[in-house]
Write a new protein. Sequence first.
Length: 152
Amino acid sequence: MNEKLITFLATGFGSGLAPFAPGTAGTLVGVLICLLCIPMPWILRLLFVFALLAVSLYVTEHAESIYKKKDDQRIVIDEIIGFQITMLPAAINVLSLCAGFVLFRFFDILKPFPVKNLQRLRGGLGIVADDVAAGIYAGIVLWLLKFWGLIT
C-alpha cells in the first residue's frame, strides 16, 4: 500500500484528523461501518471483523512509521476495529449501537487492567491490542445486557 492509502485508512477515512476527540470521531465511523454490515449473516460479520483486524494491524504498523510517533492520535482505525468487536454479540439496531458506542468509549478511555498494559506492545500490535481488549470488555457487557433482555 502507498503512503496516501495507509494514512487514509489509518485516519478512519479522515475522521482521525478531527480537531477534537479524534478517537470518538473514529468510533463514529465504526458505527457507520457496522450499519453497512446489517444485511450480513453473523458468520460473515465475524469474518469481516477478522479481515479488518488484519488490515488494522498492517496499516497501524506502517502509519506509526509515517507519523513517527507511537500511537499518534490521528490513527483511529484501531477504534474502528474495537467497535466492530464490541458489536459482535448484539444485533445491529439503534439501541445496541448506542449502548455499544458508550460502552466501547468507556472501556477505551478508562483502559482497565490489562488493557492499558497492551499499549506497551511494539508497533501496530500495541496500537490495536488495547482497542481490541476494550472492544472485548464492551462486547461482554453488551452480551450481558442482551442476556438480561435489556437490549436485543
